[in-house]
Design a protein around this ligand. Structure first.
Ligand code: ZN
Length: 308
């Protein structure tokens, strides 16, 4: 059957966000040594982009209070782009004490006013102004900047979020020096039709930027949204091994798409990721042992497809 939209890409980039998005949402603090070991396993599995930690306030997110220690101890191949999340200028200042240990920063806000207030206690405009200063400073340090826009596809408190609002924020990120913008479906509200309509608008509004899709599987629509994004020309995705992670508000907004489920689907479709699925599954199994509980990715349950 004839396909509509773009031909599917032959290769995509996957950024692993589990060490940040995942560990920050664990009820228990994961030991630094376990984090370091798991990040190194992810790199060995072929992940070339890894968000390793976050410089949020340690009293607010004690799970990531060891950000400096993780950066100091983790040993990664030179071709792995290490990113850290920084919420604001103060976070960037902390991160810069380890400037030689990472290459990218990720700054985030929510497109919806209510979600941003509940998540970071600021208005969207306050967050945006802070991130503009943060990106300018980071660019001057030679860092690559990604701006992530949470609740890009819907907000649990406000409902619909207009693409115009999301893209206006993305354009301000770009003007402040961001080379990549991530669109987060933070609470799992996006559907494939919506995604298929959004990205063509985004590509024409944000020429020259790398556009990244960050889907959550909260309601089981994560991989369907990935397919819609692929068909709209997206070649960069963020996901979390083991399906770790979620969003602190509201409670129950669980689950990034699992990296192993994403990689399995892409490989079955003939799309290259450079990732060794078996080695990635080993990392997710090691995470299960470190956390002392079963993780919820489909591949952990069913195993990879074997064509006999
Ligand atoms: Zn996420």
């Amino acid at each position: 059957m004839a396909k509509t939209g773009f031909p599917l890409p032959t290769a995509v980039k996957v950024r692993e966000v589990g060490p940040r998005d995942g560990f920050q949402n664990e009820p228990e603090v994961v030991a630094t040594a376990d984090k370091v070991h798991l990040i190194e396993m992810l790199a060995m599995a072929g992940l070339k982009r890894i968000e390793v930690t976050s410089f949020v306030r340690p009293d607010v997110v004690p799970q990531l209070a060891d950000a400096e220690a993780v950066l100091e101890h983790v040993r990664l191949p030179a071709d792995v782009a290490v990113s850290v999340l920084v919420p604001n200028e103060r976070g960037l200042e902390r991160a810069l004490s380890h400037r030689d240990r990472f290459q990218e920063i990720n700054g985030f806000l929510s497109a919806s006013e209510t979600h941003n207030q509940k998540n970071v206690g600021r208005s969207v405009e306050e967050s945006l102004a802070g991130l503009e200063r943060t990106f300018a400073r980071a660019c001057a340090e030679g860092l690559r900047c990604e701006g992530v826009i949470s609740t890009s596809f819907g907000c649990p408190y406000e409902g619909h979020v207009s693409p115009e609002r999301v893209l206006a924020i993305a354009q301000r990120f770009a003007a402040a020096g961001a080379q990549e913008v991530g669109f987060g479906d933070t609470t799992g509200m996006a559907n494939p039709l919506q995604v298929g309509e959004f990205f063509p608008l985004a590509f024409s509004a944000l020429e020259g930027l790398e556009l990244t899709a960050h889907f959550h599987n909260t309601r089981g629509q994560g991989l369907a949204n990935v397919l819609a994004a692929l068909e709209a020309g997206v070649t960069s995705f963020e996901s979390s091994f083991g399906e770790l992670g979620g969003c602190p508000v509201p409670a129950g907004a669980t689950g990034n798409i699992a990296t192993e489920d994403l990689v399995s689907m892409l490989h079955e479709m003939g799309i290259e990721t450079g990732i060794d699925l078996e080695a990635l599954l080993d990392a997710s199994r090691a995470a299960q042992r470190a956390l002392g509980r079963r993780l919820s990715s489909h591949l952990l349950t069913a195993g990879p497809i074997e064509w006999k």
